[in-house]
Write a new protein. Structure first.
Ligand SMILES: Cc1ncc(COP(=O)(O)O)c(C=O)c1O
Length: 469
């Protein structure tokens, strides 16, 4: 064995202790470290010809890189939809690396059985029934892609062709209808050979809404003259967290032939709270469902789940039959269900967090985050230089400069807030207006954090000029 490797093996307990001490300091200081670090990367170093050992690598990482890493796991990072990592999830993640199991299949370890147990818990958590099977993927984009790949195979079934064998050309043009789809849907359609341009925008409800107008959806389906289609329903839009009426959409299946995919990447977590669960009423009627775990479950990147009622079609698309991997069985190995073959045991952080805090603990995170978003929204309404663009429906606050909300001014405000190190919010465009979003999905965030975010917005919004009302 290489001498440095052999030395590291001998000192492994000390090395893990050093890493533990370092990580504990970093995580312990999360609430106070700059929330975002812009332009903080050092110049690239050359490839090391001779290594310095793991302790040496840790020292170099600490010297060169750690200070430039953002506080994205911390309480005032409100960009995109970013969860943190609960203490239990972090523990599970460390052990995932320590065990280094390949979750692609069974036969040598109970690790895949743990993954199945976790998936069944998640199914229950999101109010889905036994008809839905599940698999782990890397994120909501991957989950949407897998869901739409199954939809594509279903379209083939309806038209009497096999897409997985003959290719997507056998389908002819595909109709995909949605009100306010996330950009990952277009990406998925591109990856799947269906084409981004096949995504048809269906009008949304009037009055600051992003939820699809179900009557207009019915009209669009009617216009297809009986041709089967795919409907992407949205349970939690990124800008204003609006929800399509899933029951009403599902009811359209009595008249029209379509696959119902629901992107519930973070909105699915409404199911955890009796107060908000009605927003996802009907989720269990979907043919495929996307839920992201590295968002509101607060497990580390990367983890999401893909649920479907048609595992048979999923296996047709994704099976990887070879003599050394074995054929798909009644309870197929995970390698037959998603694009990946070998991969880490993605379930362990979720298993740890659900075991440690239960449904109750995760419900509390969701409800607290929603209350905090409401608090930020109320605070922003009091800042003359800013204005809310939509009511705060759940966990995202969408706002913009009161005067001249140009892209330039929005970006300038986002940059000033980020440079202050106090908070991080990300730009968007809502109903044609450049805007900012503050998304709450971190388990650590408190009222005190919201007040600090408000202070930063007040300070950096001051230069924007007052609202004219
Ligand atoms: C509704 C929705 N769908 C999909 C995604 C994509 O998620 P990921 O970045 O995990 O692929 C997001 C991310 O914010 C989202 O909010």
């Amino acid at each position: 064995m290489h001498r440095t490797l052999a030395d590291d093996l001998q000192r492994l307990p000390d090395l893990l202790q050093s890493a533990r001490d370092f990580a504990a300091r970093e995580v312990g200081g999360l609430a106070e470290r700059p929330v975002a670090r812009i332009d903080a990367a050092p110049a690239r170093a050359p490839l090391p010809e001779v290594g310095v050992g793991a302790e040496g690598a840790l020292t170099r990482f600490a010297d060169r890189w750690s200070a430039g890493f953002s506080g994205s796991a911390g309480p005032r990072y409100l960009g995109f939809v970013t969860g943190g990592a609960t203490p239990a999830a972090l523990t599970g993640d460390w052990l995932t690396a320590a065990y280094d199991q390949n979750a692609s299949g069974g036969g040598d370890s109970s690790a895949t059985a743990l993954e199945r147990e976790t998936l069944s818990w998640l199914r229950e958590l999101f109010g889905l029934g036994e008809d839905h099977t599940a698999a782990f993927v890397s994120g909501a984009t991957a989950s949407n892609t897998v869901g739409l790949a199954i939809a594509r195979e279903w379209l083939g079934e309806r038209l009497g062709v096999s897409v997985s064998r003959e290719g997507v050309g056998a389908l002819g043009p595909v109709e995909v209808l949605s009100g306010s789809p996330h950009s990952s849907i277009g990406k998925a359609l591109s990856v799947l050979g269906i084409g981004r341009d096949r995504l048809r925008a269906v009008p949304v409800l009037p009055g600051n809404r992003e939820a699809v107008d179900v009557d207009r959806l019915a009209d669009a389906l009617d216009a297809l003259g009986g041709r089967p289609a795919v409907v992407v329903a949205n349970a939690g839009t990124v800008n204003t967290v609006d929800f399509d009426d899933l029951r009403a959409i599902a009811a359209l299946r009595e008249r029209y032939d379509f696959w119902l995919h629901v992107d519930a990447a973070f909105g699915g977590f409404a199911a955890l709270s009796p107060t908000y669960a009605s927003l996802v009423d009907g989720l269990d009627t979907a043919d495929s469902v996307c839920v992201d775990l590295h968002k509101w479950l607060n497990v580390p990147y990367d983890a999401a789940v893909q649920f479907t009622r048609r595992q048979d079609l999923q296996v047709r698309v994704f099976h990887n039959a070879s003599p050394y991997l074995g054929p798909p069985t009644g309870d197929p190995d995970f390698l037959h269900l998603t694009p990946e073959n070998s991969r880490r045991l993605r379930a362990l952080p979720a298993w740890f967090s659900l075991t440690a805090y239960g449904r109750e603990g995760h419900r509390e995170i969701v409800e607290r985050n929603v209350a905090l978003a409401g608090r930020l929204g109320e605070g922003i309404a009091q800042i003359p230089q800013l204005r809310l663009l939509a009511p705060v429906r759940l966990n995202v606050v969408c706002f913009t400069p009161a005067d001249d909300p140009s892209e330039e001014r929005v970006r300038a405000l986002a940059k000033a807030v980020a440079a202050s190190g106090e908070a991080f919010v990300t730009p968007t465009s809502y109903a044609g207006t450049p805007a900012l979003r503050a998304a709450f999905s971190n388990w650590r965030t408190t009222e005190g954090d919201v007040d600090r975010v408000l202070a930063a917005l007040r300070r950096h919004g001051a230069g924007l000029g007052p609202r004219g009302d």
